[in-house]
Design a protein around this ligand. Structure first.
Ligand code: DGP
Length: 120
C-alpha cells in the first residue's frame, strides 16, 4: 500500500505526459532528465522517475530494483553528456516540507559546471 498521495496535476507529471515542454537531456526506460527552468549553474539537470513517486521516501520504499538502479545510471549518463563527470558535480533531492520540496514528484538535482559553494 502506498503511503503518499500522488497529484497527477503536478508540473513534472505534465512534463512526462507531454502537456508541457521540457529541454530533454537524456531518457531511459524508467527515467527522464531535463534542464531545470531556473538553473543554479551551467549544468542544472533534473532527473526524475517516469512512474509516479512523490518523494524519496516513496521511491526508495516502493520502486522496483530496475527503477532504483536506472535512476543512478541515468544520473551518471547526464554527467557524462554534460562533460562534468571528472570536474565534479552535486546530486541532491529535496524530500518533504522541511527540505522545501516544491514539486511533488521525486527529482534529483544534478548541478555542476562551476565551482560550487557549500550552500549552493
Ligand atoms: P525542488 O525545490 O527541489 O522541488 O525543486 C523544483 C525545481 O523544479 C526548481 O529548481 C525549479 C524546477 N521547475 C519548476 N517548474 C519547472 C518547469 O515547469 N520546468 C522545469 N524544467 N523545471 C521546473
Amino acid at each position: 500500500m502506498r503511503n503518499n498521495t500522488y497529484d497527477d496535476n503536478n508540473i513534472f507529471s505534465m512534463i512526462l505526459n507531454g502537456k508541457i515542454p521540457c529541454e530533454k537531456v537524456y531518457e531511459s526506460k524508467y527515467s527522464l532528465a531535463f534542464r531545470d527552468v531556473y538553473p543554479k549553474a551551467p549544468t542544472h539537470v533534473l532527473v526524475i522517475p517516469k512512474n509516479k513517486y512523490v518523494n524519496f521516501n516513496d521511491f526508495s520504499a516502493e520502486a522496483s530494483i530496475e527503477e532504483l538502479s536506472d535512476i543512478f545510471k541515468t544520473i551518471l549518463k547526464v554527467v557524462e553528456i554534460e562533460g562534468i563527470k571528472d570536474s565534479g558535480y552535486r546530486v541532491t533531492t529535496n524530500s518533504g516540507k522541511d527540505a522545501n520540496q516544491e514539486v511533488q514528484h521525486l527529482h534529483f538535482h544534478v548541478i555542476g559546471g562551476r565551482k560550487l559553494g557549500r550552500n549552493d
